[in-house]
Write a protein that binds this ligand. Structure first.
Ligand code: MG
Length: 383
């Protein structure tokens, strides 16, 4: 089932210590807010509004490069102002489920997000909650003797919290001016709504203090696996005025013959990424017998492979392409190719390598009958 989501990433996070605001800090090489966005998209979110501090639009664009179905909305002074800004940016219907998630909880499992979205349609709202494990002690600042509080019936509320859009809007409209809610469920509770509790996840911890980041970094590393895939492709030269390689058109006395634009670099790379996630090869996804791919830009194939990685909650870490030909000379176009690949996959330039070699006039590339490409891609997936 489809649902919409709001990621609240508008805080300044001063308790988390100096440096970049905590939603933009990296965990295992990935911005904190991106972890949540990827998880929500992998869970099937149809739109995600990320509420950010005003002026942080370009930071967000960089942090979320390569992902689809998200927009940003500028946040307000308090958390609930930001939530309201997020709700007004939604395009979903009144009866659709909306998940509201704190960006500071990066380790959301897509399955939990889906469960909450379903529960929101059966109840007035749903949230993940954990029982209290520690004994609760009370000591007031005045120095009263230490006492023990009962933990019976107490739960630690996490996010995402899920509601039908109309329930949430009505509850916020009824919320008394001047009071500050600490979460969205409390707003719906005050309006008389009944909130369903789902089993929470200890890994859905909230990053608040500097030491939380150390723990999260260990979790992030432990929770990821690295996969490698390789690809190879070759195309024959034919009459023409240029070749497409790695998404760049290079003037040449011939062209490459193929069903699509015959970009052997992009084809090898697409196969490398598909190989890393065990998803077959380019021909399985884009059969050459299918007329709609005739003359297609091969960037479509590469983006499809990258979207499959993102749908698994993974990311492409780095890639390396080797083009094998006598001519055209690749070196003058190498940087343009790197930039093209980095742009297509939303990767930093340092993670993208394009190399070229000849075969010393031997074999089919040596005789200039055709051109070949090899590629390798590293992908990181949830463990
Ligand atoms: Mg090919």
């Amino acid at each position: 089932m489809g649902f919409s989501a709001i990621i609240v990433a508008a805080g300044s996070g001063q308790r988390a210590g100096p440096g970049a605001a905590k939603q933009w800090r990296t965990l295992a090489g990935k911005p904190v807010a991106r972890w949540s966005l990827e998880a929500l998209l992998a869970a099937g979110a149809q739109e995600v509004v990320v509420v950010i501090p005003p002026g942080h639009e370009s930071t967000a664009a960089e942090a979320f490069a390569g992902l689809n179905n998200w927009i940003t909305a500028p946040g307000g002074d308090q958390r609930h102002d930001s939530v309201l800004a997020g709700i007004s940016a939604l395009t979903c219907g009144a009866r659709d489920a909306v998940l509201i998630h704190d960006a500071a909880r990066p380790f959301l499992k897509p399955a939990l997000a889906r469960e909450l979205a379903e529960a929101a349609l059966e109840h007035d709202g749903a949230l993940p909650a954990l029982p209290m494990a520690d004994t609760l002690k009370r000591q007031t600042p005045g120095g009263s003797p230490l006492s023990t509080a009962s933990r019976e019936g107490l739960w630690r509320a996490q996010t995402p919290q899920a509601f039908r859009r109309e329930v949430l809007e009505a509850a916020y409209a009824a919320w008394p001016n001047g009071e500050i809610p600490t979460d969205d469920a409390s707003v719906v509770e005050r309006a008389g709504g009944r909130i369903h509790l789902e089993a929470g996840d200890p890994r859905l911890m909230k990053l608040t203090y500097p030491e939380d980041f150390e723990m999260a970094e260990a979790l992030a590393g432990a929770a990821r696996v690295t996969r490698v895939g390789m690809g190879f492709d070759a195309h024959r030269f034919g009459p023409g005025d240029g070749v497409w390689l790695c998404g760049v058109k290079i003037p040449h006395g011939q062209t490459l013959i193929g069903h699509s634009d015959a970009d052997a670099g992009l084809h090898a790379l697409t196969d490398a990424i598909l190989g890393a996630i065990g998803e077959g090869d380019i021909g399985d996804h884009f059969p050459p017998t299918d007329l709609q791919w005739r003359g297609a830009a091969s960037s479509v194939f590469l983006k499809h492979a990258a979207a499959l990685v993102a749908a698994k909650g993974g990311r492409v870490v780095n890639l390396d392409v080797t083009l094998i030909c006598e001519r055209p000379k690749i070196k003058p176009h190498r940087e343009a190719m790197r930039e093209s690949l980095a742009g297509l996959l939303g990767l930093p330039l340092s993670a993208v390598s394009v190399k070229a070699t000849t075969t010393e006039a031997m074999g089919f590339t040596g005789r200039e009958e055709g051109l070949a490409a090899q590629a390798i891609a590293t992908v990181e997936l949830p463990g």
